[in-house]
Design a protein around this ligand. Structure first.
Ligand SMILES: [Zn+2]
Length: 422
C-alpha cells in the first residue's frame, strides 16, 4: 500500500512535509518524496489531506465485559477506527472490573465479546480489587497480562494509605497510575459544576475544589513514592496550576484533556440537560479558557475522549437521573479542531499520537520506517455531526448536530484500511 500526495506530519521525527508512505504487511517500510508505485501496489491518494501516525486514545470506556447494551468491544473499536484512532486504552470499570490478570490477558488478546477489535486495544487495570478502593492487586502480574496503566477511573481511591501502598508496590513498573480526581464526599449528590448556572437551575453543583484537592494529593503521592503518574480529564484551572507547580519542583506527572471540557461550559446544561452531564462536569468559561491555553502552552500532554457510551434511555431523562458521560470517539478530531482552531498541526498530532504512545509505552506514535503501519489520514473539511449514525452504541454527545472543521478520511491499523471515504 502506497499513500501518496499527502502532507505527512510526524512530530517524533520533526517531519512536516509532502511525503509518500509505503506500508508493507504490518509495518511502515518507506517514507520519501514521490515514491514510485510498484506494478501490483495499491495506492491511497491523500492529496489535500494530512497523513499522521495513528491516533491513540488513552481513555475510553468500552463497557465489556458487563454492559453490552451500552457498548461492545466490537462497536467501540469500530467507533474508534472511524474517529481516526488506531489504538485505544480501555478503563477497568467494567463488570467484573479489570482487576484479574486472566481477564486482562483475554481482553488484550481480543477474546472478550463477539468479534475482533477493529483497532489495537490496550487494557488499563484497576488499582484496587473490584475498584473498591481497599485491597491492592498484583501489579506485576497485571502488567505482564497487558496492562498499560492502572486506574480505578470512575472512582477515587479516597484512602491515601491504600494509594500510597499501591504506588510503592507498582513503583518499578513503567505503566503509570491514572488519577480520576474527584473527592467523593465533596462531590456527593452533585449533577453539574457549581456556579451561577447550577444556582439558576436549582441543581446541586460540584465545585472545582472536588477535583483540585485530589489532584494536589495525588501529585504529592507521586512525588513521595516516585511512581509514574497521569492525571485524567483535567477540567479546572486549579488542576493545571497544581500540575505546573508539581513540575516546577521536579514531579513530572502527565495529564490529558477531553474535547468537551475544551469547548463547552456549564452553560450547555441549560439547553442540553442530561446530554451535557459528565464527570468531571463541564466547568466555567474561565476553566475552559485555561484548558485551551494549557494545550497551547504545552502543559497538557495528550488528548483523551473519555468516551463513555450509554443507552438512549439512560441519557434522555432529566439531568438528576441521567447517566454520566457520553460518546466521544467519532467527534474527537473535529471537536479538538473546533475548540483549538489555531493549534499548529504538528502539536495537534503530538497530542493525539506521539505523546500518548510515549506516555503509555505503546507501539506507533511515529511513521519512521520499521514502525507499526498505523496511519490516520484527515483533512480540514466541514461536516455535520449526526450521532444517529455513530458506530458506537452510545449516540449521545453535546456536539450532535454541530458543524466541525476537521474530519477523518481513513484509518489504517497494522497496514489494513479500516474505514475509508474520500
Ligand atoms: Zn474518570
Amino acid at each position: 500500500m502506497l499513500i501518496t500526495g499527502g502532507r505527512l506530519i510526524d512530530p517524533a521525527r520533526g517531519i512536516d512535509a509532502m511525503l509518500d508512505v509505503r506500508l508493507h504487511g504490518e509495518v511502515v517500510t518507506e517514507v520519501g518524496e514521490h515514491i514510485v508505485a510498484r506494478p501490483d501496489e495499491e495506492i491511497f491518494d491523500a492529496t489535500g489531506a494530512y497523513v499522521a501516525p495513528g491516533f491513540i486514545d488513552p481513555h475510553v470506556h468500552l463497557r465489556e465485559p458487563g454492559f453490552p447494551e451500552k457498548e461492545t468491544i466490537a462497536t467501540g473499536t469500530l467507533a474508534a477506527a472511524r474517529g481516526g484512532f488506531t489504538a485505544v486504552a480501555c478503563m477497568p470499570n467494567t463488570n467484573p472490573a479489570l482487576d484479574d490478570p486472566n481477564l486482562l490477558a483475554k481482553l488484550a488478546a481480543g477474546e472478550i465479546g463477539d468479534g475482533q477489535p477493529r483497532c489495537r486495544l490496550y487494557p488499563i487495570a484497576a488499582i484496587t480489587l473490584g475498584r473498591r478502593g481497599e485491597s491492592l492487586l498484583d501489579y506485576g502480574a497485571l502488567s505482564r497480562a497487558g496492562a498499560v496503566a492502572f486506574s480505578d477511573d470512575g472512582s477515587t481511591i479516597m484512602n491515601a494509605r491504600v494509594l500510597v501502598d499501591a504506588a510503592l508496590a507498582a513503583r518499578d513498573l513503567a505503566a503509570p497510575f491514572i488519577s480520576h480526581a474527584e473527592d467523593e464526599h465533596l462531590a456527593a449528590g452533585t449533577v453539574m459544576n457549581a456556579g451561577p448556572v447550577a444556582e439558576a437551575l436549582g441543581l446541586a453543583g460540584a465545585s472545582p475544589l472536588c477535583e483540585d484537592i485530589i489532584v494536589a494529593r495525588d501529585l504529592l503521592i507521586a512525588r513521595q513514592t516516585g511512581k509514574s503518574w497521569h492525571i485524567a480529564h483535567c477540567s479546572t484551572a486549579g488542576a493545571l496550576e497544581l500540575i505546573r507547580f508539581a513540575r516546577s519542583i521536579g514531579t513530572t506527572a502527565s495529564c490529558e484533556v477531553t474535547p468537551h471540557h475544551l469547548f463547552f461550559t456549564d452553560e450547555a446544561v441549560r439547553t442540553l440537560g442530561g446530554r451535557a452531564k459528565v464527570n468531571p462536569p463541564l466547568r466555567s468559561a474561565m476553566d475552559a479558557r485555561a484548558l485551551r491555553d494549557a494545550v497551547r502552552a504545552g502543559t497538557i500532554d495528550c488528548f483523551a475522549t473519555d468516551h463513555a457510551p450509554h443507552t438512549a434511555a439512560e441519557k434522555s431523562v432529566e439531568i438528576r437521573s441521567a447517566a454520566v458521560g457520553f460518546s466521544g470517539l467519532e467527534i474527537a478530531v473535529g471537536a479538538y479542531a473546533l475548540a483549538l482552531p489555531d493549534l499548529p498541526l504538528p502539536r495537534f498530532v503530538e497530542l493525539l499520537s506521539t505523546n500518548p504512545a510515549r506516555l503509555f509505552h505503546l507501539p506507533g506514535g511515529t511513521l519512521a520506517p520499521g514502525s507499526a503501519a498505523d496511519v490516520t489520514i484527515f483533512a480540514d473539511e466541514q461536516w455535520r455531526v449526526d450521532a444517529a449514525h455513530f458506530a458506537s452504541k452510545g449516540r449521545s454527545t453535546p456536539f450532535d448536530g454541530m458543524m466541525l472543521p476537521r474530519r477523518v478520511l481513513a484509518t489504517f491499523v497494522a497496514g489494513r484500511l479500516i474505514q475509508g471515504e474520500a
